[in-house]
Design a protein around this ligand. Sequence first.
Ligand code: HEC
Ligand code: HEC
Ligand code: HEC
Ligand code: HEC
Ligand code: HEC
Length: 493
Amino acid sequence: MLLKYRNFLRGLAVTWWGKAGVILTTSSFITFILFEAAHTLGLIRNAYIGLITYLLFPALFIIGLVLIPIGWYKYRKLRGLPTKRLLEEKFSSEDVQARSFGSRVFLTILLFTLINVVFITTAGMRMLHFMDQAHFCGTACHTVMNPEWVTYQQSPHARVKCVECHVGEGVGALINSKINGTRQMILAAFDAYHTPIPTPVHQLRPTRETCEKCHWPEKFYGRKIRTHVHYRTDSLSTTFYNTLILKIDAGNRDEKTGIHWHIGAHSTVLFTSVDDEQEEMITVKVLQKDSTWKEYTNTRLANRQVNYKKTRTMDCVDCHNRATHIYQDVEQAVDDLLYNGSIDRSMPNIKREALAAVSGNYPSQSAAMQGIEQHLNSFYMRQNPQPELQPQLAGAVAELQNIYNRNIHHQMKIDWGTYPSHLNHANGGGCFRCHNQNMRAEDDSFIRNECTLCHSFLAFEEQQPFRYLTPVAKDQPGYAMYEYLLQDALNSW
Ligand code: HEC
Ligand code: HEC
Ligand code: HEC
Ligand code: HEC
Ligand code: HEC
């Protein structure tokens, strides 16, 4: 049987073209099967080897297949004889003899063609599947995607594939993404990409096709209580709490009470911004019940020449821009380590010193690793020698180096604050880009910004997480404010 197969291949391989073709097809076929087996067994997970398996081997295989008929064509021209005669020369008369279903040679070629078609289709499908895997997207262009890959793995979406947000469903989306992906691959190969990668990402699919497949607006109801724990930069790193009752409702047609009102079934909010980063709004338009538009204009820009006129419909990512690639705020990152005990809070001044160590201006990742260690060592071992703190100190250094590596990526020029989140109002960004008193309508109303519009407070920089639930005596200072905030919290339901 094997001998017959060999003879058949020999017969096919005429001229150098044909020989090269047969060698290419057989060797790429066999190597593909071996690599695929290794993948299936989990022996290989490397994205580059994946690329070779699913792109290079099938490509070589197809090139080989094309070379074989070219070989025959050339051979026929060279010999100047009809194909039938040449076949008779190459194969035994028994093989070439016509039967009711065609000659043996014909049947063998048919069988091989079928195998080829099945093989190429399977390889193609495996390739698409492989390229859909988060592991591939995250590691194939290592330097470029590393920050996104690192942040993705620690996010609530670590089990959601990249393509479910970045590509969406449908053949159109797939083709689009492959064209885009090829362009980006070329840019990456020639180091011609922007550092950091600019945001907002314009190729993101409409969130109706991505986020709303898993989260839909009707699902948001009620309130969400959230406590933010912080530490002061005093010697004891004193704890304080902000507890919010977030009004995350989507509301309904008649009521506009709730954060998800913007993307509710009956709401449309359009905006134009000064530049592509969408940090400062020019106009914000809201669809009214009578189908007219209410337009708010930024009065701060009244005397300025602004050109950017592209209008965008507000959707999930205008607030959840960091749904997956979550870069921490530097202070929050340190607070989290203190909160979960990764860093021992009993070390004097630890909040202040940890913050100074990780927010230092370091030229490279490795300089930062050394710098963080040196900073803490010099504070606790030289300036205020406390040898008993040595074990805690080593732990603190390692944890701080970790958060530095998670958030800062020198190769992509990503520093603290490079990708701010819009899901808050730190430094007047996020919600306050629109919710501020400069956004005025014709009737002089503005986009509301009172502190209890989006959340009520159960604690605002207090020593207890639920401070306002504790009764306060009438003669105590701040009684009126406590009473007001408690009533507001109770009424928020
Ligand atoms: C849950 C949805 C979701 C998943 C899953 C997801 N992303 Fe994103 N990604 C986003 C959103 C939203 C943005 C847009 C940020 C913006 O426009 O400001 C983004 C932005 C990016 C950017 C631009 C740089 C940046 O950090 O904003 C890159 C690169 C990227 N994603 C790569 C990936 C890769 C690689 C994966 C898989 C390992 C992935 N994404 C998985 C939602 C997602
Ligand atoms: C394939 C399904 C899927 C898609 C698509 C998806 N998510 Fe999620 N999302 C999840 C799951 C699962 C969780 C985690 C729930 C949990 O951990 O309790 C989650 C969690 C979240 C959370 C809560 C995070 C937290 O800290 O608790 C937010 C906000 C969110 N997603 C927003 C988005 C946005 C915005 C998009 C589109 C850019 C999106 N999601 C796309 C499945 C998805
Ligand atoms: C106006 C800004 C805004 C828009 C637009 C928005 N969200 Fe949110 N979303 C928020 C805020 C604020 C929270 C509460 C954040 C927190 O938990 O800290 C939230 C919470 C969530 C949660 C967690 C809910 C829970 O019960 O814990 C999910 C899931 C979510 N959003 C998904 C979406 C999706 C999907 C869209 C688009 C269809 C969307 N959001 C549009 C601001 C927004
Ligand atoms: C692109 C502009 C824009 C951004 C960004 C934005 N909003 Fe809004 N928001 C609006 C507009 C416009 C209204 C409706 C104003 C009106 O009443 O005409 C509104 C209404 C609201 C309401 C309902 C107010 C009511 O009258 O009951 C809440 C709650 C709200 N926003 C919360 C948020 C939160 C939280 C964020 C940030 C996470 C945010 N918004 C970000 C434009 C924006
Ligand atoms: C347009 C909606 C909106 C308005 C108006 C608003 N906030 Fe917020 N605020 C938010 C959102 C969204 C967050 C983030 C919630 C989260 O993730 O838990 C937030 C968070 C906070 C936090 C917690 C921050 C932290 O990290 O501990 C405080 C404190 C706060 N707001 C105070 C205020 C005060 C004071 C005002 C009035 C000047 C105000 N807010 C007005 C939407 C709003």
